[in-house]
Structures are given as structure tokens and as C-alpha cells.
Design a protein around this ligand. Structure first.
Ligand SMILES: Cc1ncc(COP(=O)(O)O)c(C=O)c1O
Length: 355
């Protein structure tokens, strides 16, 4: 059993070629990251977009908004419900040049066809973010562009994916940014070493390297390609195993958390097509529960704290204050999931949360 659960992935060598990308329709480009894919798509549509206004979800990561700011777009947000369904205002949609939608945590977001039809009629470009559903089986062919980030699922340096569904990309990518690739690759390798033989000094070095890599990525403001090592890793990754393990872990957590009061589970069932990214819960005692898990070497992220300087709706504020993403990924098995369940039971049933 692994002591630490969650946090950054590490590099794992992969062997057999897989068929993952042969199942994808459209023109595929491998970029340095998810945000790089957005930049690439925006560069591609620069001369055809009717107006530089994007209509996008209020509940999203700031790295999804940043490329639009960088490209000079006005940003209009639409709300989402507590079950992550978009609340679209037709007048705002019609005034946009880009309609941006997003799946959450492995589960597809349903976009009513009438909104896609409105986009077609008004020449509004549709971009759908599949970062969180990269391993779920969904038919996305009614969008113009898809994008994703594999960095959120496995230990690779690059991992951006951009797909043009209607016509091939005409814009060239730029060579990858070497300082970023090297720093992140070093972080991934060192993390693998740390997992084999943990030490405080290695932990600090790994954390600093990942932080440095993220700072370099934040400063990367152009359409950089992926490095070849990362593409090779994607083409060989045993993704069916990843899907199977995540689904099994999710079901173990679901069973364990279902009996707990004080917790709401976002998805209490999962279809056969779904590969979950995290097991999502809501609790009013989120911050203390998160801290308790961290003290016990379980590292659950919050997707996402909303930056102060961004417009946010009442719904997104409530979600951001109560949400917690429990790791259920392929690095772990039943024992680790049961450890998380035991910690949750102790926290919520025994007064550990009453101080
Ligand atoms: C849904 C989603 N899309 C895009 C991104 C950006 O991906 P990257 O960090 O690889 O640039 C993120 C990052 O967290 C994300 O969660």
C-alpha cells in the first residue's frame, strides 16, 4: 500500500503501443498543455471569429480563462447549477464569437442541441474542453474544436491535446519550450525516486521543481508543441488499465462514503462509458476535512478556488466553498481507497470534527 495518496503524478515507463488516438476523429495536434491548446485554437480562428467575446462557464480553472485574456477577448461567464449543468442565456450566447463548454470530473456535460444550432446559425465557434473526460467515451463531433490536458491524468511533461473536428489545422505549432519540458521531466523522475524511497529533502526538491515548471508554463504565452517523449508516452500508455482502476476505486469510495451524513456525493452512479477523474464530494466542513486528510497523507485538491479578481455567481461560490476532489486514480487500489473511507468515517462520525 502506498503511504501518500494524491498530489503530482510521477513518470512510469510504458510499453505496448495503444489504440487510443486511432479512435479519435478529426485533426489531432499535441501541444505543451491544455492552456497551450486553447491558445493554439484561438490562433487558428483569429481571422474567422466574428467577435472577440467568449461565453464560458463561471466555474472553471483560471488557466482556462488566461488564454482568452491573453488574446484580448472579453469574457462573459455563464452560470452552472449545483449539478454542473450550464445555464445559458441566449442573448449572451448570440453576442459571443466563441462558445466554450467543459466536462467535469469524468462526467460529460450535456449541451442542448438548440445552443449548438444557434452557434452554427450565428457563426459562433464552439470549443469543448474534454480535459476531465479524456478517458470517458462520449461522442463530441458536433463541436468545432476539442481540447484536453493529459497532465492531469498521468505523469508526463507535456500533454496538451487539440482536435479540429470540421477542417484540419492550418496553423503551425512552435517547437516545445525546452526549460519547461526539462524542469517538469526532472520533477517527474525525481518524484518516481521519492515514491521508491521517501525523504523530506527529496520531497522539498520535487515540490520546488513542480512549482518552477508551473511558473515556466504560466509564462509561456504561445502555441508550443508537445515534446516527443510525452507523445510517445501517450501512444504507449496502458489506458484501459487506467480506466478499469479508476472505475473500481470510484465504486469503492462510493460504497464507503454513501453511508456518511454531512456529505453530498456529486455522482452517486456512473455509466459504463465513464472514467472518473476524482470522486467529488461536498461538505460544509470542507477545509477541516481536507486538512485532516492531509495530516494523514491524503492530498485532495479543490477544483477550483475562484480567484478574487474574477466574476463569480452565487452557485459557483457555494460550490467552490464546499467541494473536495478525492483521489481515485490508477496509482492506487482497494486498500488505499479503504484507508480514505476509514479516515472519512472517523472524521465525520467521531467528534474529530466537533472542535
Ligand atoms: C478542465 C481544464 N481544462 C484545461 C486546463 C489547463 O490545462 P494545463 O494545466 O495543462 O494547461 C485545466 C487545468 O487545470 C483544466 O482543469
Amino acid at each position: 500500500m502506498l503511504n501518500e495518496i494524491g498530489s503530482e503524478f510521477w513518470h512510469v515507463p510504458s510499453s505496448e503501443p495503444n489504440d487510443f488516438f486511432s479512435r479519435c476523429e478529426g485533426d489531432i495536434a499535441f501541444t505543451m498543455s491544455g492552456r497551450t491548446s486553447i491558445l493554439y485554437i484561438l490562433q487558428e480562428v483569429e481571422s474567422t471569429v466574428t467577435t472577440k467575446i467568449v461565453y464560458m462557464p463561471a466555474y472553471c480553472c483560471d488557466s482556462m480563462v488566461a488564454p482568452f485574456r491573453l488574446k484580448g477577448y472579453d469574457i462573459h461567464f455563464y452560470d452552472i447549477t449545483h449539478s454542473f449543468e450550464p445555464v445559458i442565456q441566449l442573448n449572451l450566447l448570440k453576442s459571443a464569437g466563441v462558445f466554450f463548454t467543459c466536462d467535469y470530473f469524468g462526467f460529460p456535460t450535456s449541451i442542448p442541441q438548440k445552443f449548438i444550432d444557434t452557434c452554427r446559425k450565428h457563426h459562433i465557434i464552439t470549443i469543448h474542453d474534454i480535459t476531465m473526460s479524456l478517458f470517458s467515451q462520449v461522442n463530441y463531433t458536433n463541436h468545432d474544436y476539442l481540447l484536453g490536458s493529459f497532465r492531469k491524468w498521468i505523469g508526463i511533461a507535456s500533454g496538451g491535446l487539440a482536435i479540429a473536428l470540421k477542417k484540419p489545422f492550418s496553423t503551425q505549432l512552435l517547437p516545445p519550450l525546452t526549460p519547461y519540458i526539462q524542469t517538469r521531466q526532472k520533477a517527474l523522475n525525481l518524484k518516481a525516486e521519492y515514491i521508491q524511497s521517501p525523504s523530506e529533502s527529496l520531497k522539498t526538491q520535487v515540490r520546488d521543481l513542480f512549482l518552477n515548471a508551473e511558473a515556466l508554463l504560466n509564462g509561456a504565452t504561445s502555441r508550443y508543441a508537445s515534446d516527443t517523449v510525452s507523445i510517445d508516452c501517450l501512444r504507449h500508455y496502458p489506458y484501459l488499465e487506467l480506466i478499469e482502476k479508476r472505475r473500481r476505486n470510484y465504486l469503492t469510495l462510493l460504497e464507503g462514503f454513501s453511508s456518511l451524513a454531512n456529505i453530498n456525493i456529486l455522482h452517486a452512479s456512473m455509466s459504463a462509458d465513464t472514467c472518473p477523474m476524482f470522486f467529488i464530494i461536498f461538505t460544509d466542513d470542507r477545509d477541516r476535512f481536507k486538512q485532516y486528510l492531509i495530516e494523514n497523507q491524503v492530498y485532495p485538491p479543490v477544483h477550483w478556488p475562484i480567484p478574487e479578481n474574477r466574476e463569480h455567481s452565487e452557485n459557483s461560490k457555494q460550490i467552490a466553498n464546499a467541494i473536495l476532489s478525492i483521489p481515485c486514480d490508477q496509482r492506487y487500489g482497494t486498500q488505499e481507497m479503504e484507508r480514505i473511507v476509514a479516515l472519512a468515517r472517523f472524521f465525520f462520525k467521531t467528534g474529530e470534527n466537533t472542535t
